[in-house]
Design a protein. Structure first.
Length: 412
């Protein structure tokens, strides 16, 4: 596994140091986690001076995608300006916009030149256009071709772009694969390739026991994602025995939780519950709040799906308190959402409303628009049932705001 990460880092750094401006990464989005983590590691390295700007939202049209790029740039720059203000330093110039129905290429050009002006010339700027889905491949190819041509113009020195291409359905490499300044990269991170590579190295005599265990955990995850549940269960039980014999309690707890996940995915909820209970008990002994928080949520879910909402409520409440005390807002939002569901099933609609309102407020505070929307949609029928027309109107108004401006959200 470590050798795979080293290879990815080496390949990506080679592109950054090269004279090429565009890297086409042939990788499906669902296979990209390891690649994106590697890019994050490169970006976060203390010795790295480069600026990475990542845009992973869905690509519907060139125009819509670039509009979202600008929204994300505004958000990122506002955060930078807050930090500068805290140090009594001058704010960055506002992110520009173009009036009226400007061409998306013109807007993207303005945005890229704006970033190049505010970033010191000696620092590279890497634009990561890595959409989760591409609805219109032809429009996406238009973006790729425009970028390639645009880099040949002055004003974007020390600027590069990385674009995700497909493997099943290539969108960019057929047109740009042979173009000067373009590099095509095929990291082969699909499940089959990863499984094959990891299997070949799992029992290498030079690997330590801990490295072999790390690979076996990866293989167990790939077994699950491929539906090989019996193989995954066997690997996890062998890992559990190894971590128990070597006194690695933290890893024991993780594997117990993994076994719970394995049975939950198969609809064997009572068995999942038993493993989650063991994981929580182990994590409590280790005094690991982070593990208890995550596993308590899982245990609550296993109880809920069995119709045991009152018992699930206890774990959701505990998870919410842990999330608050450990400053984990997204987990707190999740705990409140699930707590609302449990209280609703227990016949406590007023308490469900209270939990969902807290979840909606927190979601808005932390820019979690999906959380705002989902909780407002849960609250609205309860407001209707209670005859609270004022809150129904507030819900409708906030949902309309979200629909019109997905990046901003509305007031709860």
């Amino acid at each position: 596994m470590r050798s795979l990460i080293r290879d990815l880092q080496s390949d990506l750094k080679a592109f950054l140091k090269s004279r090429d401006n565009v890297l086409l990464v042939c990788c499906e989005h669902q296979d990209s986690a390891l690649l994106l983590k590697t890019l994050e590691a490169i970006e976060d390295a203390p010795s790295n001076p480069d600026i990475f700007l990542k845009f992973s939202h869905e690509f519907e049209t060139f125009r819509d995608y670039v509009a979202q790029v600008r929204i994300e740039l505004v958000r990122q720059q506002e955060e930078v300006n807050r930090q500068l203000a805290g140090r009594n330093e001058e704010s960055l110039a506002p992110v520009p916009d173009l009036p009226g129905p400007a061409a998306p290429a013109d807007l993207l050009s303005v945005l890229m030149r704006h970033v190049r002006k505010i970033v010191p010339k000696q620092r590279r700027v890497i634009w990561l256009f890595y959409p989760s889905e591409v609805e219109r491949p032809g429009s996406y190819a238009e973006l790729g071709v425009w970028l390639w041509r645009h880099f040949q113009e002055p004003g974007l020195e020390n600027t590069k772009a990385l674009l995700r291409d497909g493997t099943v359905r290539p969108m960019l490499s057929p047109m740009l694969g042979e173009a000067p300044g373009v590099r095509v990269y095929e990291p082969k991170l699909d499940r089959h390739s990863l499984f094959q590579r990891l299997s070949e190295t799992a029992n290498h005599p030079k690997l330590s026991s801990s490295e072999q265990a790390e690979i076996q955990m990866m293989l167990a995850g790939l077994d699950v994602s491929s539906g090989r549940f019996e193989d995954a269960a066997l690997r996890n039980r062998e890992l559990l025995a190894y971590f128990s014999s070597t006194g690695q309690g933290h890893h024991e707890s993780i594997v117990m939780n993994n076994l719970g996940d394995l049975y939950y995915l198969q609809g064997r909820y009572a068995e999942a519950q038993a493993w989650y209970e063991r994981a929580v008990a182990k994590s409590l002994k280790l005094d690991s709040a982070a593990l208890v928080l995550y596993q308590a949520l899982n245990l609550g879910n296993a109880l809920m799906v069995q119709g045991r909402a009152e018992e699930a409520r206890v774990y959701y409440e505990a998870a919410g308190k842990l999330a608050e005390s450990t400053s984990a807002p997204l987990h707190r939002i999740q705990a409140l959402e699930r707590l609302g569901m449990a209280k609703s099933q227990c016949g406590r609609p007023k308490e469900a409303v209270e939990a969902w309102e807290q979840a909606a407020v927190l979601s808005r505070k932390y820019g979690h628009d999906f959380g705002v929307k989902s909780n407002l949609e849960r609250l609205r029928p309860l407001y209707v049932a209670a005859g609270d027309l004022r809150r129904v109107a507030q819900c409708d108004h906030a949902l309309e705001q979200l629909e019109r401006s997905p990046a901003k959200g509305g007031n709860v």
